[in-house]
Design a protein around this ligand. Structure first.
Ligand code: SF4
Length: 355
């Protein structure tokens, strides 16, 4: 995306949120996540320029920029950008598996780990580990690696990218994924050092805690009233979270050419909102955790990450893990409400505040 295209998108967003805020007296904060491909292949000046445009266009509006990087490139300028420019930094690191190679086909991991240690000395970072056939049996090693570095991380099962040959032989079954997540959950419960479990277990654990203490969770938010997240492709086409990203008949519109208000009033957006509601109706109405959960997991899980049972009904991958955590928390944290970790998990954030 060029600087001018990004500025067009910012103006479009600002016009929409300024109007919404004026209507209800709230202040919407924005988080812009630079993700996909490798954002740091861009010269650092690209980001400094667009941050300057954000200052001009968004003015006082609270905002944060986050970036997800493979951290292969960490020269002085990029270090400065990551420390002083971005508000949040995520690093993709599988720890075991040798999947990330440089252009000559050599494993790049030791270089990335060196870069991570340097960056960690200068600021907080989080990591993402992709679970594949090569590392799914090394859960404890992965956990101990991040525990020792004191870095929080997210576990992401490998999904089919639709690119021929890219993932063949590396995918894991649903059972392997669940077993690995359960092991991560148990390692966290046994750890004095790791404050939060690896995501997405942190969100599942929050639901389990609310369920155990009888609290309600967030009510499932109708996307027609408020859309918390928009995925923007490099051509400006936008998708809701959970629908088919990159398939143009699921695009709700183009932020470079169409106002966000028009996009949210469009037929495709209505189709996306209905599809999310249908997923929640199919999965959540009979789920014992619905009150504590709200249904967001299944509403916002991409189709390729959703699993189907033999009747082709959708099944929620969060539910068995919440069940597992509920059972384990009952045993290891009988005094749940006063437990430090339970309090951390119950913390709720929101992207809108009264003006
Ligand atoms: S089915 Fe999944 S998303 Fe729905 S309420 Fe249960 S745990 Fe939450």
């Amino acid at each position: 995306m060029s600087r001018a295209q990004l500025a067009t998108i910012y103006r479009n967003l600002e016009e929409y949120y300024a109007r919404r805020d004026a209507e209800d007296g709230m202040v919407t904060s924005l988080e812009l996540v630079w993700h996909g491909g490798e954002p740091l292949m861009q010269p650092p000046q690209y980001f400094w320029d667009t941050f300057a445009d954000q200052d001009e266009i968004f003015g006082e509006r609270p905002r944060r920029n986050a970036v997800q990087t493979n951290l292969m490139l960490l020269d002085e300028e990029r270090m400065r950008l990551l420390v002083d420019g971005f508000d949040k930094v995520g690093v993709s690191l599988d720890v075991i598996g040798g999947l990330r190679v440089n252009i000559a086909g050599r494993d790049s991991q030791s270089k990335v780990i060196d870069n991570l240690r340097r960056l960690r000395a200068a600021r907080q970072v989080g990591c993402i580990t992709v679970l594949t056939a090569r590392n799914v049996s090394a859960v404890e090693e992965i956990f101990r690696f991040f525990e020792q570095l004191d870095v929080g991380f997210r576990v992401l099962p490998l999904f089919d990218t639709d690119e021929k040959g890219q993932t063949s032989g590396l995918d894991i079954t649903q059972q392997e994924e669940l077993a690995a997540l359960a092991q991560f959950a148990d390692l966290w419960l046994g750890s004095d050092q790791m404050e939060r479990p690896p995501a997405p277990l942190d969100e599942y654990a929050a639901v389990a805690v609310r369920h155990l203490v009888g609290n309600s969770g967030p009510v499932y938010r109708d996307r027609r009233e408020w859309l918390p997240l928009i995925l923007v492709n490099t051509d400006g086409e936008c998708y809701t979270y959970g629908e088919n990203y990159g398939e143009t008949d699921w695009s709700i519109g183009n932020l470079m050419t169409t106002s966000l208000s028009e996009m949210l009033a469009g037929q495709t957006f209505e189709r996306c909102a209905s599809a999310a509601e249908r997923r929640v109706a199919l999965n959540c109405l009979t789920c014992p955790f619905f009150k504590a959960c709200g249904g967001t997991f299944i509403a916002e899980t991409e189709q390729r990450e959703r699993d189907h049972d033999t009747q082709e009904a959708m099944t929620c991958m969060a539910r068995p893990m919440i069940e597992h955590l509920t059972g384990r928390l009952r045993t290891v944290m009988p005094d749940l409400v006063r437990d430090r970790r339970a309090r951390t998990l119950a913390a709720v954030t929101t992207d809108r505040q009264p003006a």
